[in-house]
Each structure stands twice: as C-alpha cells, then as structure tokens.
Design a protein around this ligand. Structure first.
Ligand SMILES: [Zn+2]
Length: 101
C-alpha cells in the first residue's frame, strides 16, 4: 500500500508519510539511510558493520517512485541504490515510533 503523500521537511531533515488509513509518521533522513535495504548495505550490516552509521548530515536528495512497488531515495552521500518497498517502509517507520525515537 502506497502512502497518500510524502512531505519533505527539508528544514527538519525528515520525511513525513501520510498513509491511506490515517497513520502519519515522520522519519529522519539518516534513519532511512541507515536502513537502506539494498544488497550492498545489507551485506555491510550482515558483516557486523551495523555501525554503518551515516553522516548525521546525510540528506535525501531525491525521491523517485518505483511504480506501485515502493520508492527509491537518492541520498546526498551519493548512494542511490536503495529501493524501499512500501511494506518495508511502513514496518520500519512503525518500529521507529514504537522505540520512541
Ligand atoms: Zn544501500
């Protein structure tokens, strides 16, 4: 399920997602970068480099829709391989909020 809209709060370095069921979530750019689901990032995390801590200043430079499937973020550190399926994104955001961060 795709969100109804994504609002880019550049001044807060965060994206806000509005879902069709009324849920609304804000996530900071570095959180998205840290959870990039691409094969490269997964491999790095799998190698115990979970410290793959992105620069705090990393930004989402561009948001590109990937059909009905999800969204691709282009990060300001040049990384653009991460395609976030909607279901993955929603789960990530819910975990973020559940942990109170
Ligand atoms: Zn990645």
């Amino acid at each position: 399920m795709a969100p109804d809209s994504i609002v880019d709060h550049r001044a807060r370095a965060a994206l806000e997602f509005f879902w069709a069921d009324g849920e609304r979530q804000v996530v900071a750019y570095p959180v998205l970068r840290a959870h990039c689901p691409c094969a490269d990032c997964k491999a790095l995390r799998g190698n115990g480099l979970s410290g793959l801590v992105p620069e705090a200043a990393v930004q989402v430079a561009a948001i590109q829709p990937v059909g009905a499937y999800g969204v691709q973020f282009v990060f300001s550190d040049g990384h653009d391989r991460g395609i976030f399926p909607w279901g993955f994104l929603r789960g990530l955001l819910e975990r973020q909020h559940a942990s109170g961060s």
